[in-house]
Design a protein around this ligand. Structure first.
Ligand code: 5AD
Length: 569
């Protein structure tokens, strides 16, 4: 299937319907008058493969990797993040990074405005931004210079949100994406948990509570919990009171999310040199201040034929994808020196997946069932091992990431769970990338690729389409294929939609994949409308105990427009 090989030229792919529209609108290269110059994905694959191979050192290597990259991209086997697909090989000075965390603002009006400026510069170029606002003094604190009182982080959060929604959205085609976080010890945390309930408040940011291990222990022990500012206790309450508030709010309105931040730091491969304070807007990337990450997804459904996963091919393409994402770090533009410095020291990549649900259907395994767990483990351990193998190989060729310190890196919790052979190879050759793996939502790129998004189950197998001739039921393509082949037979049980799953099954899949993922995971745990607040508390506890780094929860009917949000990502 290579573009450069001597086999008979293949006819170019003609995408249909929404896939072609997404391709033309979002990814096809445009001329200066905005006319698309690429009509087929092959044109895009060739451009991106050439662009990302161009940072290799010699003509020979450029040629080899251009061909391998094209092969991996073809038929949407490996799908880089949308920014790379749109910008790769164009020569345009755009950023290929989706994920950014910027420093917490200085606790002053000037500090906040400087911080907002950094945020808007990144968003204008299409990056999603995460900010932990815990540096801002609580509402009601005295401000000496103006002899007044502070409005607190929740009211500043509204300014960040309005800047994201009203300023950025009008500029470009992409929406700005913002994550705002607050620590579980901040005196304004109760206000933060409930602030979105006020009409018009913070409509353009995702909110998540930064949850510590000490807090989770206090909840378990039914202990007191102190809210503090600069070491001074401002309020003491029951940890369970705060926990109830978080769970009740998620139950009512799907916000805020929780991020187990101590867990993120303790598990991080970078534990010995950086402090992770926040996550990007969809939650898959815990990052230090100025940290960035570039994304790419293996379309695992593309490796299944006749019910069988081609494990060898999955591993091969995972390795090529790793090389590709490492090259992206050198091919992208940077517009803040702080980002360049942070990333060139760490070389963080986010290799993830899409099409998991479709892959399981093709393998006739019910997503979330007990039988699915070993299959999921095999998929994600295959990818993990191949990615680490590739990063070690690149290190022996091009050098380890500059902040690599063998003894410390090998003490990392995640690293210690790698197969011993990989640990030995890291010791011998080093490793090119500090952090390699993530699971992003892959909203628009999975639409382009025609498969289920990220690690999510299929949302619905039947959709109603209305046109001049009336209403038509449109089936998921795998279900339609099955129906065509087996008319009048009952639908097999492996056609599982997110609504068929219990919330615990959602969490079990997330927790399983987390064990093989060194960064974090974006996943929505869907619950039926009848779910209770107590059940949410048990569910979150289960997620914590299974090793998840965060949870986002959505109770059916608790709020609308969740699907549109996924597509906008
Ligand atoms: N924290 C983390 N992720 C979030 N998402 C939405 N809100 C939050 C939040 N507060 C993510 C969901 C979904 C994606 C589109 O956005 O997990 O997968």
């Amino acid at each position: 299937t290579s573009v450069l090989s001597n086999t008979a030229p293949r006819q170019k792919t003609q995408l249909e319907g929404i896939r072609q529209k997404v391709f033309i609108d979002r990814y096809s290269l445009k001329d200066t008058s905005g006319q698309p110059m690429e009509q087929h994905p092959e044109d895009m694959w060739a451009r991106v493969a050439r662009g990302i191979a161009s940072v290799e050192e010699t003509d020979e290597k450029r040629a080899i990797w251009q061909e391998r990259f094209y092969d991996a991209l073809s038929d949407f086997q490996f799908v880089p993040g949308g920014r790379i697909l749109a910008g790769g090989g164009t020569g345009h000075q755009v950023t290929y990074y989706n994920c950014y965390v910027i420093p917490s603002p200085d606790d002053s009006r000037q500090g906040i405005l400087d911080n907002l400026k950094v945020m808007t510069e990144i968003m204008a170029r299409g990056g999603g931004v995460g900010i932990n606002l815990s540096t801002l003094r609580p509402r009601g604190s005295y401000i000496k210079t103006v002899n007044g009182t502070a409005s607190g982080p929740c009211s500043w959060a509204q300014l960040y949100s309005v800047a994201t929604g009203d300023v950025i959205q009008q500029g470009g085609s992409r929406r700005g994406a913002l994550m705002l976080m607050l620590d579980d010890t901040h005196p304004d945390i109760e206000e933060f948990i409930t602030v979105k309930k006020k009409p018009g408040m913070i409509e353009h940011a995702n909110l998540s509570v930064c949850v510590s291990d000490a807090f989770m222990k206090a909840v378990k022990d039914d202990a007191d919990w102190q809210l503090t500012w600069q070491g001074e206790v401002r309020k003491t309450l029951k940890a369970r009171h705060l926990w109830d508030l978080i769970c009740k709010s998620a139950w009512e309105s799907a916000e805020p999310g929780v991020v187990f931040m101590d867990r993120c730091n303790k598990e991080a491969n970078t534990w010995y040199y950086e402090n992770i304070r926040c996550v990007n807007p969809c939650g898959e990337q815990p990052l230090p201040e100025w940290g960035v990450c570039n994304l790419g997804a293996l379309n695992v459904a593309a490796f299944v034929t006749n019910g069988e996963m081609n494990w060898q091919r999955l591993a091969e393409i995972s390795k090529v994808a790793m090389r590709f994402l490492d090259n992206v770090i050198d091919a992208t533009g940077y517009f803040f020196d702080e980002n360049r410095e942070a990333q060139l020291g760490t070389r963080r990549t986010g290799l993830g997946t899409m099409g998991l649900a479709d892959a399981l259907i093709k393998m006739r395994v019910a997503y979330g069932s007990a039988a699915s767990i070993p299959v999921i483990e095999r998929i994600y351990s295959t990818i993990r091992d191949a990615a680490y193998e590739a990063s070690i190989e690149i290190a022996s060729e091009k050098g380890s990431f500059p902040r690599f310190e063998s003894d410390k890196y090998l003490q990392g919790k995640f690293i210690k769970r790698l197969p011993k052979t990989l640990q030995e190879k890291i010791k011998k050759h080093g490793i090119r990338n500090a952090v390699l793996l993530t699971q992003a939502p892959t909203g628009t790129t999975s639409l382009l690729s025609g498969v289920s998004s990220g690690i999510e189950p299929v949302f619905d197998f039947a959709m109603i389409r209305r046109d001049r001739t009336g209403e038509h039921i449109l089936y998921h393509h795998l279900l339609q294929e099955w129906r065509d082949a087996h008319p009048n037979e009952p639908t097999p049980s492996y056609f599982v939609s997110s609504k068929d799953l219990s919330p615990e099954e959602h969490v079990r899949v997330q927790g399983t994949i987390q064990r093989y993922t060194d960064a974090s995971i974006s996943k929505t745990v869907n619950a039926p409308n009848s779910h209770t607040v107590e059940q949410v508390e048990d569910l979150y506890r289960m997620a914590y105990e299974m090793g998840c780094k965060g949870v986002t929860y959505y109770r059916d009917g608790s709020r609308d427009a969740v699907l549109t949000r996924i597509e906008d990502e």
